[in-house]
Every structure is written in structure tokens, then in C-alpha cells.
Design a protein around this ligand. Structure first.
Ligand SMILES: NC(=O)c1ccc[n+]([C@@H]2O[C@H](COP(=O)([O-])OP(=O)(O)OC[C@H]3O[C@@H](n4cnc5c(N)ncnc54)[C@H](O)[C@@H]3O)[C@@H](O)[C@H]2O)c1
Length: 355
């Protein structure tokens, strides 16, 4: 069977550490070309032909699908051009700079009949897949409250395009808050309304975006939640050491996730949950959740805090082979973008905003 040929647009950090190794693990995919405006960056990936113009890459008949891994301000323009050229698209998060752009992209993707996907990479963490199973099977009952945080230390790579609204959309909210919001909506359904507060603590005259934001949320289900997102938390790490916490408290039990322990969850459920003196205990994630069904990845290879990210490439390739978009699609990217927009609006109006 002919291999699916992928083109990568944007040869920076995420392409190097997630997309290229993920695609290389898929026996049914190849990388035909890499585009970066910096030819040295494109060549350094040592994957297919290196080019500097994305229209040139999109014009290639040997490219079936593309990964858009450029800074956020280019996602809309490149993803729309890719769909127009008939290419399936895996686009990095946040999908766009704002809600209007994200809606335009999701509409175009839905109309195209092509496969479209937003790179919400952390949902492939085994413990997240298992938490979703606990929610779906009712082990926790109805979720009443959620406590979610994504905290990291200030890292040099956060300077540059990530520090301006024009290029990033917003600061820590767009950059890592988008992941957290997607994960919580994946587990608990959509957020209906929120009230937010933000601040820039870092002394950087070149930046016009927040590096801390928190909000109180009401879910469509009636659940309530708190979110805190920060990139100024010394000691919370950067890259593989940064941490996401999600705590779910339901009518029948509770479950806690930490990105630093992706093969375990702390759970209390069943009869024990009826005893107020019981506390959560760590439960190993069952074997069947350690990778997506069918993924060629060996979960025992490498650091468990990193490897699951490669399942994203597997899902993209498999979706194209099956010919159908699956979550997280551009529509999931749009749902997340609606929350980002509401949070920014709430910070400005200093009041509750409907999503
Ligand atoms: N899913 C994840 O876990 C994850 C992790 C990191 C970054 N991201 C996202 O991936 C995207 C890229 O982030 P990054 O950390 O790799 O950034 P980066 O700055 O390391 O890389 C971006 C690359 O895009 C290139 N580029 C800029 N303009 C271009 C153009 N017109 N044509 C072609 N290439 C161009 C730059 O030269 C650079 O090499 C962002 O949207 C970011 O939010 C996602």
C-alpha cells in the first residue's frame, strides 16, 4: 500500500521533538518535505526535501497531508491554503489567534471533507485516557467540581513570538492554557461561562501578554471549576518537567492527574468514597491505556512523560487512512478557542462572560 506522504511547515521545537519522531514511528507514513523560512532549520530535521516557501510545499503532488507547526499567527493562513490545496491538516494549538479565525478554519475544514486535527498532544497521556474512561463508565459519578492548573517556570524559549499578542494571540493562556482547557473539556464537557483575572509579572517591555491567568468556570453540565495557568512558577519545571494537575470530584468518587505521573492516577471510589476519612490512593493505569489502540509505539521505550505524544501522529495518519476526521478536530480547536476568547474578554470587562 502507498505510504501517506506528509509535509511539515515550521521546523522549530515542536516539529523536531514531537512531529518528526511521531511520524517516523508510523510505518504507513513518510515525510516528503519540510518547509521553514529558515532553510537551515528545515534541513536540520533531515526529513525529506527542505524548502522555504509553504505555497511551494502545498503545490507538490507528492504531499498528501501537512502538519502546521509555525507560530500561532500563521496557523489560519497556512491551514486554509492547505485545505484549499486538498491536503489533510494537523494544525498546532491554539488553532488560531482569535475566535473569528478559528471559526473560519473549522468551517473550511468541515466543508473540505478532508481530515483535520488540532494538536492537543497531552490528551494521549495514558492517565488522561484512563481518566476519561473513569468518567465515561461512571466510576466517579456525576462530576461536581474540577480543579485544574498548568504551571511551569519561565524558560528562554518563551521569549520571542510567544510574548506578543499579535503573534501568539495571548500569552500563557494561548500557549499552555489551550492544552489545559482542551483536557478538561475532553473529560468534563464544555465550559458555559467564566470569570477571569490575568497579570504580566515578568518585567519585559517587549511583551504585551499575560504570564499568569486564573478563572472560575461553570460547565454546561452544571459542574463548577477553577483554572490557574502560569509560566512564572519557579520550581515547576519546563518542557518534560512542567506540570499539569487536574482534579475531578464526583458524586461517587474522585480522581487526580499529574503530568509528571502519566502512568498513574490517584483515585478514591466505590464504598471507600462514602467514608469521609478515606484518602486517595495511586492506581497504575491499566495496560490497555498505555497507548492508543493500534499505535506502533512501544510504551516501554523512553521516558513515559514524553513518548505518548507520538500517538498524535499515529492518530492523524490512521484518520487519513480511514478517511474521517476524529477528535480532536478543528471543531475541538474552535471549542477551546471560544474559552480563550471568553477569558480574555472577562479580564477586560472584569465580569462573567458566556462562552
Ligand atoms: N502540541 C504541543 O505540545 C506543542 C509544543 C510546543 C509548541 N506547540 C505549538 O507549535 C507551534 C510552533 O511552536 P514551536 O515551539 O515549534 O516554535 P518555534 O519558534 O520553535 O518554531 C517555529 C518555526 O516556524 C518557522 N516559521 C516562521 N514563519 C514561517 C513561515 N512563514 N513559513 C515557514 N516556517 C516559518 C520558524 O522559522 C521556526 O523554525 C506553535 O503554534 C506552538 O503553540 C505545540
Amino acid at each position: 500500500m502507498k505510504k501517506l506522504q506528509v509535509g511539515i511547515i515550521g521546523a522549530g521545537g515542536v516539529a523536531r521533538t514531537i512531529h518528526v519522531p511521531g511520524l517516523r514511528m508510523c510505518p504507513e507514513a513518510g515525510i516528503a518535505a519540510v518547509c521553514d523560512e529558515n532553510i537551515g532549520a528545515a534541513r536540520a530535521l533531515e526529513a525529506g526535501e527542505a524548502v522555504t516557501s509553504y505555497p511551494e510545499l502545498l503545490a507538490r503532488r507528492d504531499v498528501d497531508a501537512v502538519v502546521v507547526a509555525t507560530p500561532n499567527y500563521l496557523h489560519r493562513e497556512i491551514a486554509l491554503a492547505a485545505l484549499e490545496a486538498g491536503k489533510h491538516v494537523l494544525c498546532e494549538k491554539p488553532l488560531a489567534l482569535n475566535l473569528a479565525e478559528a471559526r473560519e478554519m473549522a468551517d473550511a475544514a468541515e466543508r473540505s471533507g478532508l481530515v483535520h486535527m488540532t494538536a492537543f498532544t497531552y490528551r494521549y497521556a495514558p492517565a488522561i485516557q484512563y481518566l476519561r474512561h473513569l468518567v465515561d463508565t461512571g466510576e466517579l459519578g456525576r462530576i461536581r467540581t474540577v480543579r485544574a492548573a498548568y504551571l511551569m517556570a519561565l524558560s528562554k524559549h518563551l521569549l520571542g513570538w510567544r510574548s506578543t499578542r499579535r503573534q501568539a494571540g495571548s500569552g500563557v493562556l494561548a500557549d499552555i492554557g489551550s492544552h489545559l482547557i482542551h483536557l478538561v473539556q475532553f473529560l468534563c464537557g464544555d465550559i458555559a461561562a467564566l470569570s477571569a483575572s490575568q497579570r504580566r509579572f515578568r518585567d519585559d517591555p517587549a511583551s504585551d501578554v499575560e504570564d499568569w491567568i486564573a478563572f472560575l468556570a461553570e460547565f454546561e453540565s452544571g459542574a463548577r471549576g477553577t483554572f490557574e495557568i502560569s509560566r512564572v512558577c519557579a520550581g515547576r519545571g519546563a518542557g518534560i518537567t512542567e506540570d499539569i494537575f487536574i482534579e475531578l470530584y464526583g458524586t461517587q468518587g474522585s480522581a487526580l492527574f499529574s503530568l509528571q505521573d502519566p502512568w498513574g492516577v490517584r483515585v478514591l471510589s466505590g464504598e471507600a468514597a462514602e467514608d469521609p476519612s478515606s484518602v486517595l490512593e495511586r492506581r497504575a493505569v491499566p495496560e490497555q491505556f498505555l497507548k492508543l489502540p493500534g499505535s506502533p509505539r512501544d510504551p516501554n521505550q523512553g521516558d513515559p512523560r514524553w513518548g505518548y505524544r507520538y500517538d498524535q501522529a499515529f492518530q492523524f495518519v490512521e484518520s487519513v487512512r480511514l478517511g474521517k476526521p476524529r477528535a480532536p478536530s478543528f471543531t475541538d480547536g474552535l471549542r477551546c478557542q471560544a474559552v480563550l476568547e471568553a477569558a480574555l474578554q472577562s479580564c477586560e470587562t472584569r465580569g462573567w462572560v458566556k462562552v
